[in-house]
Design a binder for this molecule. Structure first.
Ligand SMILES: [Zn+2]
Length: 307
């Protein structure tokens, strides 16, 4: 049987929020089978649990935010991406502020934390959402066109295309495809950092956002070049970060997808709309588990390995 996974033990991280600039502590703890991923605001007088579901996503403007009543957590997508990449099903995330720490702007610090704590196999079948029919969201026309799509596939692969009229993007890659069955999430995707342009950073700051952003947690570009002294981590780091984000955005659905995702200029908002469209069409998917590990698609059968 292909089993659910949680952590062997708890692990902690301290950092600052990308937008709030606030110091925040994170404690990642094992959770029982079928718990899913649950954030807990432990700084509130009465701690509030916020289970991660497609419906608990309330804001997708600059990052993915979840809420339960008045309690919120912003910028969950990089941690969710690491959970998706390592196949973690059940986890408690205790947090002492409104925003997940940005750490180095990628998900590699989360991958390191989760792998240091160790992955525990649980005695319950891992359940997947298997696509039966394509689901698509399409918006705008011409230069404003963007779309995202999920199609049936025995495995999990993501193809993303960005379209920035910028020298750095032109010189590197505008598109990338990652297949969990062939690639290695920790190596190929996790190190790709958040990116932004200096003019956007100024605008964000004027609106009280991006207060924790800087060259140590984001790729920052002016009109001509990358400002980080060490340059890029991958030649195509920007489009790879969009795949990292999409994996986090899609994992809020609560189960791993067996699907081919493809997208053109999509983002947090459109990725969430795609999930809601999927859930609104019950004949477009089914829930499956694998009695025999060998029947499971490549990339899902083995517990995540150390890098
Ligand atoms: Zn991101």
């Amino acid at each position: 049987m292909l089993k659910q996974r949680t952590l062997k033990t708890l692990t902690r991280a301290v950092g600052v929020g990308l937008h709030s600039g606030q110091r925040v502590e994170l404690t990642l703890r094992p959770a029982a089978p079928d718990t899913g991923i649950v954030f807990r605001r432990v700084d509130l007088a009465q701690p509030v649990d916020i289970p991660v579901t497609a419906q608990s996503v309330t804001d997708t403007r600059m990052a993915t935010t979840i809420a339960n009543g008045g309690a919120k957590v912003h910028t969950i997508e990089h941690l969710m991406s690491a959970c998706s990449g390592l196949g973690l099903d059940n986890l408690y995330v205790d947090i002492t502020a409104e925003e997940v720490p940005i750490l180095d702007g990628s998900s590699s610090s989360f991958v390191f934390l989760l792998q240091s704590a160790g992955i525990e196999l649980q005695n319950a079948p891992k359940r997947f959402i298997r696509m039966l029919q394509p689901v698509e969201i399409r918006e705008g026309e011409g230069d404003n066109l963007k779309w995202a799509r999920l199609e049936p596939y025995h495995g999990y692969k993501l193809r993303f295309e960005i379209d920035f009229a910028h020298r750095v993007v032109d010189a590197t890659g505008q598109r990338y495809e990652f297949d969990l069955g062939q690639g290695n999430y920790s190596r190929d995707i996790a190190r790709a950092r958040t990116f932004g342009f200096t003019k956007d950073v100024e605008m964000l700051r004027a609106n009280g956002l991006g207060l924790g952003a800087g060259l140590d947690n984001a790729v920052v570009m002016d009109d001509w070049r990358v400002l980080n002294a060490d340059g890029l981590r991958y030649d195509d780091e920007l489009v790879k970060h969009k795949i990292l984000d999409a994996m986090g955005d899609l994992y809020v659905v609560g189960k791993p997808l067996l699907a081919a995702y493809s997208a053109f200029r999509s983002g947090h908002a459109m990725n969430n709309k795609l999930l809601r469209a999927l859930l609104a069409q019950p004949d477009s998917y089914e829930i499956v588990s694998f009695e025999d590990d060998k029947q499971a698609p490549a990339g899902f059968a083995l517990p995540a390995r150390a890098w």
